[in-house]
Design a protein around this ligand. Structure first.
Ligand code: ATP
Length: 545
């Protein structure tokens, strides 16, 4: 195995003078280097030309295709000097992994994660539209840009990339069931590729983004990351089993529902399907905005202490609060807000995550073990601090969508007459009409549950409508996806029928049917007919007083 330490590498490679080591992987190293004549400073990626996994040779091929894209580094030159295969690329900033470890916290703030999600999805959209898969998405391969572009995330390390569109035939690479070696990294490579040996495609790059974002938002990180790099086949098998068994629901408990939806969405994509990048970029933008953060996807690090834009408009509404991690979901969290004091973000416990997530079992260097998550970890949510205040936000201010829906759901059980219920339904409708994200989140389902109960018989226990969240039920991803046409038909029928409902019991049944259609549909998005049904429901409630 080649020794890539400073003492084993010459000070000069062609016309580049090497200085400090910026990072090293298991098959190469990156050095800061200065051109002897032009004084240009670059990152020089070095690899033994006889390396068993000659990734520099592949990277050299991909860079020219990606030149000019936002967040794509420039390749300034490349060659082979003696035994060294070298690439001279833009000298960029710190990797997300290192930057985050340096922060000394064990969970990342929601605003930063939303910005990262938007930017990294956009980078993948660019790469994929150029016909290239990254295939090694991990924190160490996302770096901040050089000054003055520190707020832009750059993608690096195309050593595992691949063209998924054949340049000659312009066709997508074929799927295959043949056994294949695992290619990717232990922590974020998709379940299909890592655990089931499937051929990577665009969906798998996106699933890695989803897992990475969930990892950042989870105090202590994803459970299979906490034990560090598997050093034996047995440990690797255990890691794969743990990854495969973790349901999106379990992984995302306590997080804004967009992350669970995104992971499910990635896993539902067909092998050759083009992901809807635009939709998910806007979902994460909307999520940030609904929590009172600015619309911009600029990655500001370290994160500003408070979401200044929202606070300026209405200081009462969206100050960040800390809720203990045991508070499993937002409903609980919002319910607990009355007992919480406003304050600045807590400094969280140390999380020691590997700088670069190692790739494949073979040849992966031993990395330091991350520490266990601290028990006092917290998740951060935004909400209005005074639960008893009127629901309507002050003019010019926007109440976060999740908080607004959760507080509407809490109002329903104490609302006994139809006219008042009608107003709540209208307000519920309004939240979606004025929001860029039409996804029915778990707070929305809680509202429907409460409404169903109130319209049928307030004394009965209601099994939560959102089937994926109800305990003891198992169903496959596919079973969740209702045929799009069937969904449209059912919603249209409900929209028409709601005006004819003869009593509250009939309306209750429609609310239940409505919830179930949305729950089973792709993305749980409220379509025009869905919104029409809600409007019709509010109108019918007024006339059934
Ligand atoms: N252009 C760059 N500018 C600044 N730092 C860089 C640059 N490229 C890489 N690095 C640093 O070096 C580390 C390793 O880079 P890279 O992933 O490209 O190398 P590698 O040998 O393929 O590593 P691995 O095998 O672990 O994926 C990065 O995480 C980053 O910290």
């Amino acid at each position: 195995m080649t020794d890539y330490s400073r003492t084993s590498i010459p000070s000069r490679i062609e016309n580049w003078w090497l200085s400090e080591c910026l990072g090293s992987g298991f098959s190469g190293a990156i050095y800061k280097a200065t051109h002897l004549y032009t004084r240009q400073v670059v990152a020089l990626k070095l690899q033994d030309k006889d390396e068993a996994c000659p990734t520099n040779r592949y990277e050299r091929y991909f860079y020219p295709i990606l030149q000019g894209g936002l967040g794509m580094p420039t390749l300034w030159g490349s060659g082979v000097d003696g035994r060294w295969d070298w690439l001279a690329i833009d000298l960029l900033g710190t990797s997300l992994d290192r930057l985050y470890r340096q922060s000394g916290k064990n969970v990342m703030d929601l605003r930063s994660v939303c910005c990262l999600a938007q930017q990294i999805i956009a980078r993948l959209e660019f790469m994929h539209d150029k016909g290239i898969l990254h295939r090694d998405i991990q924190l160490g391969n996302c770096v901040v840009g050089p000054a003055p572009h520190e707020q832009t995330i750059y993608m690096i390390d195309f050593g595992f990339s691949k063209q998924y569109i054949d340049p000659r035939t312009k066709r997508h690479i074929p799927d295959s069931n043949k056994p294949r070696d695992f290619l990717g990294n232990y922590y974020f490579t998709s379940v299909n590729v890592h655990c089931r040996g499937k051929v990577p495609s665009r969906r798998d790059d996106l699933e890695a983004v989803a897992l990475m974002m969930i990892h950042l938002l989870t105090p202590g990180g994803l459970s299979w990351v906490r034990n560090g790099v598997p050093k034996t086949d047995h440990a690797h098998t255990r890691l794969k089993r743990e990854k495969q068994r973790a349901s999106p629901e379990d992984l995302c408990r306590g997080l804004p529902s967009e992350f669970e939806e995104f992971l499910r969405y990635c896993r539902r994509l067909k092998f050759a399907e083009r992901p809807d990048y635009t939709r998910w970029i806007s979902e994460f933008k909307e999520l940030a905005v609904s929590h009172g953060f600015p619309e911009s996807d600029a990655f500001v690090w370290p994160p500003p202490a408070t979401p200044s834009v929202h606070v300026e408009r209405n200081p009462r509404m969206s100050l960040p609060l800390q809720v203990r991690a045991e508070d499993k979901d937002l409903e609980n969290a919002v319910g607990a807000l009355a007992n919480l004091a406003l304050g600045s973000r807590q400094i969280l416990g140390e999380r020691d995550v590997n700088e670069n997530t190692p790739r494949t079992a073979e040849g992966a260097a031993a990395k330091p073990k991350p520490s266990n998550p601290k028990d006092d970890a917290v998740v951060v949510v935004s909400s209005d601090s005074e639960n008893e205040q009127p629901l309507t936000p002050a003019i010019g201010a926007r109440m976060p969508k999740a908080v607004h829906l959760a507080s509407l759901a809490r109002k329903v059980p104490s609302t006994t007459d139809n006219a008042a219920l009608s107003k709540l339904v209208l307000e519920f409708w309004q939240v979606f009409v004025s929001s860029r994200s039409r996804a029915l989140t778990k707070e929305g389902f809680s509202f429907l549950d409460a409404l169903y109960k109130q319209l049928s018989d307030p004394s009965v226990y209601v099994v939560p409508m959102r089937t994926s969240r109800s305990r003891g039920q198992q169903h496959t991803e596919n079973a969740e996806v209702l045929d799009r046409a069937a969904k449209m038909n059912e919603l249209l029928k409900l929209r028409i029928d709601v005006g004819k409902a003869s009593n509250n019991k009939a309306l209750a049944k429609m609310v239940a049917d409505f919830g179930s259609v949305i729950d089973k549909s792709n993305g749980r998005t409220l379509t025009k007919d869905a919104l029409g049904f809600l409007e019709g429901l509010a109108a019918r409630l007024r006339t059934l007083e």
